[in-house]
Design a binder for this molecule. Structure first.
Ligand code: UD1
Length: 420
C-alpha cells in the first residue's frame, strides 16, 4: 500500500506550474461523446479520474488515443453501447456525466449509481429533473438508472440548487435536442464556461454560460475540434495555501487569476502578501497569520473544494477562525484526521471552529477524500515529526504529480510503500 510521507519543511519557495483542471477535463471528456469527428484535447491532467472516464468512453465505443503528455485524441463517430459498467461507475461519481451525451447521441442510457468522494448524500435528482424536462423517461431501480426517449425536445428547467454536475449533464443532453432549452439558476463555475466553449467549438449553440441562465439551441449534429483545458483553480489554491501556511514565497503559474478571487481575498485577510498577474499569483506568507472566516458557496463564492485546505491553514492562524460549509452536508471528515495531529477544532453541524496557533504533531492519518488528503499534506508541512497520509488513492484521483510539485518548492515529501 502506498502512503505519502511529509516532514517539517520550512518555508516553501520557488515557482510551480498548475495543471489542467480535473473538473473541466471530466465533463469535456464526457462531452466528446457528442462529436462525430476527431477531437484533440490539450492540458488534460494525468489523473486516476481521467483514466477512468477514458475507460468509460472506450467501453461505449469511442476511440481514445494518448498523443503526448496531456494530449488526447478522441473519436466518438461510432458508439456501440449505451450501458456503463458498474466497475467503472462505482469508482467515480463524475462518470455519471456520460448520461447527458448518451441521451443526445443514442436517445438511451443505463447506468449504475455513481461512486466517488464520500462527502454527503450527493443525490442526482436535479440531473434527472432536467432530463425529464427534455422529454426523457427515467426509471430508477436500486443502484440502477435507465433513461430513454424517442426524441429529445428542448425544455425549461429551474435548478433548485445551482448544481455543477446537473448543469453540465443537462447542457450536454440539450445540445442535440430539438428546439431551445433554458436552464435557470444554473451553476456559474469556470468549468461550466469551459464546457460551453468546447461544445460551441463542436458546433453547438450555447449562450449565457457563466451567468445563472444558460440557453441552448439544439442542432442536429456536432463535429470535432481542438481545445485546451483551463487551469485547475483548486490545485492552484492548494499550492497558494502551501506558500501561506509555511510562511514561504511561492509563484503559482498557469492560473486564470480572476478564477481565484475568493482564495486570494481570504489569504489577503490572513495577512499574506499577494501579487496578482494575469496568469500567475505570487503568495508570500507572514510569520503571524491572522484568523479568518470562510463560508463555502457556489461560484463566485468561496469554493467548497478549498475548505479542507483552508482549515489546515487556520490551524496556524493566531486566534479563532471559522469555516461554514453550505454546499455539502458531510464535508468535515478531515477534521478528525487533523485532530489526530493535535489541531484544536470543533464542529457543530455545518460550522467548524478552529483555534489556531498551536503546534501540530505528525501522525498517521487518512485521506478521507480528495481535498482532505491535500489538507493533511499541508498540515504535515508545518507539523513536528513525520506525517504519514494513507488512502492516497483519493489524492491521486485529483492532483497530478503532487509530490513532485511540492518537492519542487522545497517540501520534504515522498511516496512510500508500506505493508498492509
Ligand atoms: C462538482 C465538482 C466537485 C465540487 C462540486 C461543488 C466535478 C467533477 N466535481 O461536483 O469537485 O465539490 O461541484 O463545487 O466537477 N445536489 C442535489 N441534487 C443533484 C445534484 C446535486 O441536491 O441532483 C446537491 C449536492 O448534494 C450538493 C450540491 O448540490 O450538496 C452541490 O453539488 P454539485 O454542484 O452537483 O457537485 P458535483 O457536480 O457533484
Amino acid at each position: 500500500m502506498e502512503k505519502i510521507q511529509v516532514m517539517p519543511s520550512g518555508p516553501l519557495k520557488g515557482r510551480v506550474r498548475v495543471s489542467g483542471a480535473k473538473n473541466a477535463a471530466l465533463p469535456i471528456l464526457a462531452a466528446s461523446l457528442l462529436g462525430t469527428e476527431d477531437i484533440y484535447l490539450e492540458e488534460v491532467p494525468e489523473l486516476k479520474d481521467v483514466e477512468i472516464i477514458c475507460q468509460v468512453l472506450e467501453s461505449l465505443g469511442a476511440q481514445v488515443e494518448k498523443l503526448g503528455p496531456g494530449q488526447l485524441k478522441i473519436n466518438a463517430a461510432k458508439l456501440n453501447n449505451y450501458k456503463t459498467k458498474y466497475e467503472l461507475m462505482s469508482k467515480m461519481r463524475a462518470s455519471f456525466l456520460v448520461m447527458g451525451p448518451l441521451l443526445g447521441r443514442m436517445g438511451r442510457t443505463e447506468n449504475s449509481l455513481p461512486g466517488g468522494c464520500n462527502i454527503g448524500s450527493r443525490p442526482i435528482d436535479l440531473h434527472l429533473k432536467g432530463f425529464r424536462a427534455l422529454g426523457v423517461t427515467v426509471e430508477e431501480d436500486i443502484g440502477n438508472i435507465e433513461a430513454y426517449t424517442d426524441k429529445l425536445r428542448g425544455g425549461k428547467i429551474y435548478l433548485d440548487f445551482p448544481s455543477v454536475g446537473a448543469t453540465e449533464n443537462i447542457m450536454m443532453a440539450a445540445v442535440l435536442a430539438e428546439g431551445e432549452t433554458i436552464i435557470d439558476n444554473a451553476a456559474m463555475e469556470p468549468e461550466i464556461v469551459d464546457l460551453a466553449s468546447f461544445l460551441s467549438k463542436l458546433g453547438a449553440r450555447v449562450s449565457g454560460a457563466g451567468t445563472s441562465t444558460i440557453r441552448i439551441r439544439g442542432v442536429e449534429k456536432l463535429g470535432g475540434t481542438r481545445h485546451t483545458i483551463i487551469p485547475d483553480r483548486i490545485e492552484a489554491g492548494t499550492l497558494m495555501v502551501a506558500g501561506a501556511i509555511t510562511g514561504g514565497d511561492v509563484l503559482v503559474e498557469n492560473i486564470i487569476s480572476s478564477h481565484m478571487k475568493p482564495v486570494i481575498a481570504k489569504l489577503g485577510e490572513a495577512g499574506c502578501i499577494i501579487d496578482e498577474m494575469d496568469d500567475a499569483v505570487r503568495v508570500r506568507g507572514v510569520k503571524s497569520l491572522k484568523p479568518i472566516d470562510i463560508k463555502t458557496l457556489p461560484y463566485p463564492g468561496f469554493p467548497t473544494d478549498m475548505q479542507a485546505q483552508f482549515i489546515a491553514l487556520m490551524t496556524q492562524c493566531q486566534g479563532t477562525s471559522t469555516a461554514l460549509e453550505t454546499v455539502f452536508e458531510n464535508r468535515f471528515m478531515h477534521v478528525d484526521e487533523l485532530k489526530k495531529m493535535k489541531a484544536d477544532i470543533s464542529v457543530d453541524k455545518r460550522l467548524a471552529m478552529i483555534i489556531g496557533g498551536k503546534k501540530l504533531k505528525g501522525a498517521k492519518v487518512k485521506a478521507t477524500d480528495l481535498r482532505a488528503g491535500a489538507a493533511l499534506i499541508l498540515a504535515g508541512l508545518v507539523a513536528d515529526g513525520v506525517t504519514e497520509v494513507g488512502d492516497i488513492y483519493h489524492i491521486d484521483r485529483g492532483y497530478e504529480h503532487i509530490e513532485d510539485k511540492f518537492r519542487s518548492l522545497g517540501a520534504k515529501i515522498r511516496r512510500i510503500e508500506v505493508e498492509e
